[in-house]
Write a protein that binds this ligand. Structure first.
Ligand SMILES: [Zn+2]
Length: 368
């Protein structure tokens, strides 16, 4: 039922609009114009101004004829670097680039699919659900658009985020939360040759603390890593200060918090033993989400897959996406694949077959 030619043209047009993270203005304006051309009520927010992007989140509402709460259909409009001057090439049903940029199928495949579904509904006057279209900015590198969004724009509590790689049919029902830990150990400076006993080596304290830590793979759903350990002093100075930055990820909120607390405890014990002071600042970057397989949102998605003859793959997410941030705001979101492949590389591709399937899926979800 979708118009494959129009979908492809839309996708190719969108990927050629530069929109690396924090430079989404032109893309946002284009989307606002395209949504308004469908006669939809369109809203934007001031999200970008909060962190130095020239873009804004774009929201549109399609009033439905099928009763029920609105469902948010979401995709992000920013791309990773190198994402400027994209020249898409089509070869044997596969869309790629000339190798100098990403393709931006992440996530303009999701955007094009949602736009095509909305166009078909409008054009054929199909019965549809109350649907909210949400195109976010700055998802890459920390979901800044979703974090700074005006949630007053949204009416619904269920969302489908079209932002996973892999053939259409993948449904990600859970994602990890992440805590970033910023810790500073403060010892005492002294001359290392003349009066070392007067000093407390922050490096030694850090080493003691880290040696006690459980790191890397903690369990099936939890990981932890120290990415930064910083101290640079002359060898004749007992080092006064060490900075440490670590992250914890877990799909289980209790385990997430427990592991962050474990890091704090190890450092605190080492500080206590050696008379140093710990400054500890854990920042919750996004929370985990976990949706049961019998949840109506999942059931509906699986029913759509079945109608379209798509083989479902229920998967666990390993990274953060807009879904994790929406979870912070009480919105239940699943993440669905669009067919994009090798994302975040200059070898990124998507097949026209997947592009079509994804649009059919969005259309089916909106009309059932
Ligand atoms: Zn993405």
């Amino acid at each position: 039922m979708i118009n494959e030619k129009r979908l492809l043209d839309t996708f190719l047009e969108y990927v050629q609009i530069d929109s690396e993270t924090k430079n989404e203005k032109a893309m946002g304006e284009k989307l606002v114009a395209d949504l308004k051309a469908l006669g939809l009520e369109v809203q934007t927010d001031q999200a970008g101004a909060n962190y130095g992007s020239n873009g804004c989140n774009v929201h549109a509402f399609i009033p439905g004829t099928i009763p029920g709460d609105p469902v948010i259909m979401c995709a992000h409009m920013d791309t990773v670097v190198p994402g400027n001057g994209i020249k898409p090439i089509i070869e044997e049903g596969v869309i790629r680039t000339d190798g100098s940029t990403v393709l931006a199928g992440d996530d303009k495949s999701g955007i094009a699919a949602i736009m095509e579904a909305a166009r078909v509904i409008k054009e054929k006057n199909l019965p549809c659900r109350n649907t909210e279209i949400l195109f976010t900015i700055s998802e890459e590198g920390g979901m800044m658009g979703a974090k700074n969004m005006d949630y007053g724009m949204l009416k619904g509590k269920d969302a489908m985020v079209f932002d996973a790689s892999g053939d259409v049919g993948k449904i990600i029902t859970c994602g990890p939360g992440q805590i970033k830990i910023f810790a500073t150990i403060i010892g005492r400076s002294s001359h290392a040759g003349l009066a070392p006993e007067d000093g407390i080596s922050a490096i030694q304290v850090a080493a003691k603390g880290i040696a006690k830590m459980n790191l890397l793979r903690i369990d099936e759903e939890t990981t932890c890593n120290i990415g930064t350990l910083k101290a640079e002093y002359a060898t004749n100075i007992v080092p006064e200060k060490v900075e440490l930055i670590a992250e914890v990820r877990s799909r289980n909120l209790d385990k997430l918090n427990a592991q962050a607390e474990h890091i704090r405890q190890c450092l605190q014990e080492a500080c206590d033993e050696m008379g140093a002071t710990l400054e500890y600042d854990p920042r919750t970057n996004y929370v985990s989400f976990n949706i049961e397989n019998n949840d109506p949102l999942i059931v509906r998605t699986l029913e759509s897959f079945e109608r379209l003859g798509i083989t479902p793959v229920i998967a666990k997410g390993g990274g953060g996406s807009d879904a994790n941030v929406m979870a912070l705001h009480g919105i239940k979101a699943v993440v669905l694949s669009t067919g994009m492949a090798k994302v975040h590389t200059t070898s990124e591709t998507i097949t026209i077959g997947n592009l079509n399937k994804c649009a059919e899926l969005v259309l089916d979800l909106m009309t059932h």
